[in-house]
Ligand binder design. Sequence first.
Ligand code: 13P
Length: 237
Amino acid sequence: MEKIIVANMKMNLHFDEVNNYLNEFKNYNTSGLVFCPTSIYLPYFLNSNYEVGIQNYAMYENGAYTGEISASQVKSMNINYAIIGHSERREYFEETDNIINKKIKLGLENNLKIILCIGETLNHKENNQTNEILKKQIVEGLKDIKDINNIIIAYEPIWSIGTGLIPTNDEIYDTTNFIKEEINRLYNKDIMVLYGGSVTDENINVLSEINNLSGFLVGGASLKPDKLKRIKETIIY
Ligand code: 13P
């Protein structure tokens, strides 16, 4: 099974830190790593010939949308991946499943590989609503989309992001299976599912035992090259 580690660097690092970061990956085999730095730094990662993704793009095609970046602009830079529907975008930028669906359609038209993030809150989990919420995010996020060949799903429990709290391996396995079954029911296809939420170089050994995952989406730990390398080397060799 193909595996990837996606580094979601969010809105972190200043330019001098980015230079140091890139230096740390010189002469390192980055295959299997997808770097998603803050957008203004993407050209530096592209210049190093690393696989990259953008953390977000606009819900509009092109034109008078000050401050936005379009999916076709992303593709024109040879950026291959895009993270769409991250819970931080859903929460702080009021992205609905409908907006996410529009963005995914634009991304697919431009041949981007979409990493669609889905996940439940602690409240959902405690009320046994996890599967119901995930199903809604899948069905509405992928509404009217016929071809899912370029879709990867990242399961990120919101209560696990940046908290150090992680579901058990069995819970992640079962939820990943649920996601795969839903996609299979809708599309009759297998899909790559990643796990994200407090993944570090310290817990990756245990997490690596979950055998239905295609990799991990890493936030905080991806800001430290040595940690990201250890995570990658545990999964991809
Ligand atoms: P952390 O790894 O910092 O918990 O973040 C996870 C995440 O949101 C990746 O998209």
